[in-house]
Design a protein around this ligand. Structure first.
Ligand SMILES: [Zn+2]
Length: 85
């Protein structure tokens, strides 16, 4: 018995920090802290993550985004080829 279990989850990342983490705005150090915390399966923070992770985006919007991504790739590709030769 070491009595150290209660200190496992002592510091929660703020909701703001979690949101920044999801959008990739956190620093590497922050990422590490947050990931470590989430790996402890903290229910409170997982709830925040899940709420933010599934934004209400209609599937059609997703298709459109992917479609335009494909289009821009196709447009760029021949340009790169002709510039290289
Ligand atoms: Zn937490």
């Amino acid at each position: 018995m070491r009595g150290q279990r209660s200190s496992d989850v002592e510091h929660h990342p703020t909701e703001k920090q979690l949101l920044r983490f999801l959008s990739g705005e956190t620093t590497r150090t922050e990422n590490r802290t947050i990931v470590t915390h989430l790996l402890k399966e903290c229910p409170a923070c997982q709830r925040v993550i899940q709420g933010a992770w599934q934004p209400e985006i209609p599937e059609s919007a997703y298709d459109e985004a992917l479609g335009s991504f494909e289009t821009s790739r196709r447009r760029r590709f021949p340009t790169l080829l002709s510039a290289g030769t």
